[in-house]
Design a protein around this ligand. Structure first.
Ligand code: IVH
Length: 680
């Protein structure tokens, strides 16, 4: 059946709306609508395109991850070479760069420079023809790069079609693909937990993600982009200044770095360098310097370039975040959950202006994979506020005497057995709360800012309170026979006044929300978000405790899978945990505010009261979003397929659950079918 005019218009309108919201979200970082609303638009378009083949188009926002995996990378010849930049490390080098520019242009007045952060990612060139994304390539050797169109399309900040109408018919934009620091840290933490390979730094993460044949991999990585220039431009024109061109590009829908600016002369450049340097830590992405570019294109042309770098630009680098030093020893630290973490003691070295003498090796798996040995020369890295880490060993420099660090058989603090279950990355002290290291860490977590937030109760004080046997558990903090002005004032570096203040802070922490409390008690893998979901779902500590015996029931909570469910079950099955909790809430030491359980937004004939399992990778929404949609309509979601399951919703790589559902005769819905059900 031919598609009616109104359906065609509806699809076009949905595409425009989705592109508009992609731009608000990924480019401007300023979404206008909640995610759920966006998901509905997206689902509606997916459904239309599924029903009418004629409506499908490669540039639809639904087709970002549409392509199949490639078998190899095609090569792309750049119409205009992708150059690199000369580097300056000292102020004098910037001054002489500016002088060379003045001399060549035979000018004396100050030059206007477009100034930008130098992003630490990987360079790409993206070609648009008639406003549509046509091809994207890596820099390669500058003349020829690799075709990474399939991966670039998955980046939300890259428009599939340009906005407005005054863009050139052929427009090549150039920019840096990068992984924002937060995404990078989360990616690595997740990989580490599962014993998978981590990335040494965000730059490798970005480059490694683009060098994937299957676009689903890039799609699953939190990549973004800043556009910083143009290549081939045909059939139209752009402004005569670099800074104005960037503004025009932003108008076409590209993401341009908000820190870009225009300054006058070498003085202006150096001022910018210092200002950005001070804010470097706060930026959401890594930079390794700033770039100064002569703003006027006419002047750029006059200046030209030498071999691979333009004469009209220079990169001014910040001190490195990575340095080389020597491993003196490997120590073992015991964390809150008993994890025994290897820590490299280093020959002190200055990294980006800070002396570093310890760096984490994360866990046994990483230690073994990186093959770090005592005596080795290693590269260490420090970024923002995270703990410095050992990135790699300089293999060429390994000396004969370098020896492997051995996981201790007993906990260095409490001497309990240390075990490392087969296939696990993390070794653990079996001492539990007998181990004072674990107790100290648990207490530090309990009082931390996002937990009970007891101001003034820092790490050193907790160490003293535990070492002097005043407290053992969080409940002791609220026991006036143990913690009072006198006992506190007797501690090192505590005066009466600070003891009184601390008592006030303890008093003020007595009414936590359920979410904070659940986070504070330190159930393994229950972070803030999961704690909030649990609180919202169960409403009271009592109902969570009751449900904790039933992992299936726990898995109905968003975010809670079989592993977390088991941790919750184990936690509430420990008598000493129950004892502490009962002391905390029993004598009203703490009064926990109850949460209002989430309500069903609307009932749905086919969904309300039915039990769902969601498995595999869906293309238009995450699994959590799918679960959310089911719950909103009054359905239940569990983690495993059984006779009680009514529907299995499956995406790509569904695993064994699909087979099980088929064997049990459970209705299996693919993504299209699921969307239809939601919409029906
Ligand atoms: S302009 C002819 N601007 O640095 C000018 N490059 O060493 C070519 N980079 O390959 C590049 N941020 O990957 C420019 N704001 C910025 C940049 C930047 C990062 C990278 C880019 C390039 C390398 C040059």
């Amino acid at each position: 059946m031919a598609v009616s005019e109104s359906t065609r218009k509806l699809a076009a309108r949905l595409r425009d709306q989705i592109s508009h919201h992609d731009h608000r979200y990924y480019v401007l970082d300023d979404p206008e609508i909640p995610d759920a609303e966006y998901d509905r638009l997206f689902a509606a378009l997916l459904q239309l395109e599924a029903e009418h083949e004629e409506l499908r188009s490669p540039n639809s926002p639904t087709q970002r991850v549409g392509g199949k995996a490639q078998s190899e990378f095609a090569s792309v010849t750049h119409g205009i070479a992708m150059l690199s930049l000369d580097n300056a490390f000292a102020e004098e080098q910037v001054e002489s760069f500016n002088q060379r520019v003045l001399d060549r242009l035979e000018e004396t007045g100050p030059i206007s420079y477009a100034v930008e952060p130098k992003l630490d990612g990987t360079a790409v060139s993206i070609r648009y023809e008639s406003g549509k994304l046509a091809v994207a390539a890596t820099r390669g050797d500058g003349r020829t790069g690799e075709d990474v169109t399939h991966n670039i399309r998955t980046i939300g900040a890259v428009p599939m079609s340009l906005s407005g109408s005054d863009y050139p018919q052929v427009l090549e934009v150039r920019g840096e693909v990068f992984m924002p620091v937060k995404g990078f840290e989360e990616f690595n933490a997740h990989a580490r937990e599962r014993g998978k390979k981590t990335f040494a730094n965000p730059r490798n993460a970005a480059a490694g993600s683009l060098r994937q044949l299957d676009p689903k991999v890039a799609a699953s990585r939190p990549l973004s982009i800043f556009i910083y220039g143009v290549g081939v431009v045909e059939g139209g024109s752009l402004p005569q200044q670099h800074s104005e061109t960037l503004a025009a590009l932003a108008g076409f829908g590209f993401r341009v770095c908000p820190e870009n600016s225009v300054v006058e002369g070498a003085e202006g450049c150096l001022g910018y360098y210092r200002a950005i340097g001070e804010r470097r830590k706060e930026l959401a992405y890594e930079i390794d310097g700033v770039v100064y570019k002569v703003d006027d294109y006419g002047k750029q042309k006059k200046l030209g370039f030498v071999s691979r770098a333009p004469r009209w630009a220079i990169a001014h680098k910040y001190p490195a975040q990575e340095e080389m030093t020597k491993v003196l020893d490997v120590d073992w630290q015991v964390g809150r959950t008993g994890a025994v973490t290897p820590v490299a003691r280093l020959e002190p070295v200055l990294v980006g202006g800070v002396t570093v003498s310890n760096a984490t090796l994360h866990n046994m798996d990483e230690l073994e994979r990186k093959d770090v040995r005592i005596g080795d020369a290693v590269v260490i890295r420090r970024a923002g506020d995270v703990i410095p880490e050992v990135v790699s060993v300089v293999a060429k420099r390994r000396k004969k005497g370098a020896r492997r660090a051995k996981l201790p058989a007993r906990c260095p603090v409490c001497k309990s057995d240390v075990s490392r279950p087969e296939g696990e990355a993390v070794a653990r002290c079996s001492g539990g709360l007998y181990c004072s290291a674990q107790r100290k860490e648990a207490l530090k977590h309990f009082v931390s800012r996002r937990a009970l937030d007891i101001e003034g109760l820092g790490s050193k004080l907790i160490d003293q309170l535990v070492d002097s046997k005043i407290i053992k558990t969080p409940a002791d903090l609220f026991d006036p026979a143990k913690v009072n002005t006198e006992s506190l004032a007797a501690l090192d570096r505590m005066a009466e006044k600070s003891a009184e203040n601390l008592m006030v802070a303890i008093e003020a922490s007595r009414k936590p929300t359920l979410a904070r409390f659940l986070y504070a008690i330190g159930i393994r893998e229950v972070g803030e978000a999961t704690a909030e979901n649990l609180a919202e779902y169960f409403g009271t500590l009592g109902s969570l405790r009751t449900a904790s015996a039933d992992p299936e029931a726990l898995q109905e909570v968003p975010d809670v899978g079989p592993v977390v469910a088991e941790h919750i079950q184990t936690f509430f099955a420990q008598p000493h945990n129950i004892e502490v909790i009962e002391k905390l809430v029993g004598a009203n030491a703490l009064v926990i505010a109850e949460s209002t359980p989430r309500e069903v937004e609307r009932t749905h004939a086919a969904i309300t009261g039915k039990t769902f399992v969601v498995t595999g990778t869906l293309s238009g929404m995450s699994r959590d979003e799918a679960k959310g949609e089911i719950r909103k309509r009054g359905g239940k979601v569990t983690g495993s397929v059984s006779k009680k399951t009514d529907f299995l919703v499956f995406g790509d790589k569904p695993g064994s659950k699909l087979e099980k559902a088929q064997n049990l005769g459970v209705t299996a819905l693919d993504e299209q079918g699921f969307l239809k059900l939601l919409g029906s």
